[in-house]
Design a protein around this ligand. Structure first.
Ligand SMILES: O=P(O)(O)OC[C@H](O)CO
Length: 205
């Protein structure tokens, strides 16, 4: 059964809602901003109502399957690992975009909201806000608001969430989900992280 639940969770994650809403509004998100088929570029291209809808749907495609499967007893213990990672991988390597999906930020919030009753996602949001404030202060506008610093904020922020999960003694399977999620976000942000490492900044605004 675990294979079926994992496949269903992966299918849910692979549904590219923001990208499709963009197409409905006659925008190809691959030509917007940094080209990520996510809610931020949908927002930029089609305005905040559709952008909000994209965020909500991309969040829910991780939240709903993981919540339904873990809370109803279909999935427990180590079986949580593939089921929780599946929507993340589904978004990052969506078959609907020929294996080239998005960064998997919104779906990350959805999955962790389901796994921890919003606790880890709230911690992640607070950590990201703090990192944003620190980065803005440190660079004083030089590279603030760039795709590259955003990537650092997202990936380093999730690293700190791992520390939070460990300190709060969350169950071991969740630490494995965290590790997979962290590696996936590092992968989907690899180009921006490399550019940041080499000191190349592109302003996203
Ligand atoms: O990670 P995605 O693909 O859900 O997109 C997230 C937002 O667009 C923020 O960049």
């Amino acid at each position: 059964m675990i294979v079926i639940w994992t496949a269903l969770a992966g299918l849910s994650g692979s549904l590219m809602f923001s990208y499709w809403l963009g197409l409905i509004a006659r925008h190809n998100l691959k030509n917007v901003g940094d080209g990520n088929p996510g809610a931020l570029n949908l927002w930029k291209a089609a305005g905040f109502p559709l952008g909000l809808a994209g965020i909500a749907l991309d969040f829910l495609k991780g939240y709903v399957p993981v919540l339904l499967l873990t809370q109803n007893g279909y999935v427990q213990g180590a079986a949580t690992i593939p089921v929780a990672l599946a929507p993340l991988a589904g978004h990052a390597f969506s078959p609907f975009l020929k294996g080239k999906g998005g960064k998997a930020i919104a779906v990350t919030f959805g999955v962790w909201s389901a796994l921890t009753a919003f606790e880890a996602s709230l911690a992640y949001a607070v950590i990201q806000a703090a990192l944003l404030a620190i980065i803005r202060f440190a660079v004083r506008g030089r590279a603030g608001g760039s795709t590259e610093t955003d990537a650092f904020q997202v990936v380093f922020g999730l690293l700190l969430v791992g520390v939070y999960l460990y300190v709060r003694s969350f169950p071991k399977p969740l630490l494995w989900v965290w590790l997979g999620n962290f590696l996936l976000l590092a992968y989907t942000h690899r180009r921006s992280l490399l550019a940041l490492y080499h000191g190349r900044f592109k302003h996203s605004a």
